[in-house]
Design a protein around this ligand. Sequence first.
Ligand code: ADP
Length: 215
Amino acid sequence: MKLILLGAPGAGKGTVAKQLTAIDGSVQISTGDILRGAVKEGTELGKEAEGYMKRGDLVPDSLIMGIMEKRLQEPDCQKGFLLDGFPRTIPQAEALKELFQKLNIKFDMAVNIDVPRDVIFDRLCTRRTCNNADCQAIYNVKSMPPKQEGICDKCGSPVVQRDDETEEAIAHRLDTYNEKTAPLIGFYEKEGQLKTITGTSSEAVVDAIKKELNI
Ligand code: ADP
């Protein structure tokens, strides 16, 4: 499958993507994970991106397009991909359309995961993430804590609250989403490639996607 996952931060894009990769070997491509990895490694990209990310601002489109142009040409993408957290602005969506044309890629659809803002805010405040850049497993102190407090079940690294998951940064990320990213819903609707799924459980969202793709 070749899908674009749309939805506010905390809508469950990453969780849904992880469940979908298990079905057919498609890869999850999360620009947030790639950027956090770069920040941790202290690469040039990481140094440029860090300040924007801490504030909950978007990283400039040009940086993101550079990452994605390379990433989509890696061989593992041929089985399919789930774009998680990209595109995030109309210029990114337009550039992606051109990139798909250039690389001769046809995607199935853009899935809009629609979750109420109060649910999202609560989820983000209680979300915790494994700080190993190669793992980045997601937990929730209320609904899905790691077996041993503060330790990742999968890799044993510390599970932490992300720098951009303070209440202030979360509120800012949600405002940024409404202003810059929500317009993508209209963009893909116009392209005739939008499917909106309302649901708060990732299982329900995954089932709806499978039904839509006949798998
Ligand atoms: P969430 O979806 O939970 O906000 P992400 O992990 O997708 O978190 O992104 C974290 C941060 O990385 C964003 O707040 C932003 O600064 C940056 N980022 C990720 N993807 C993009 C993108 N496509 N365009 C611009 N900035 C991005």
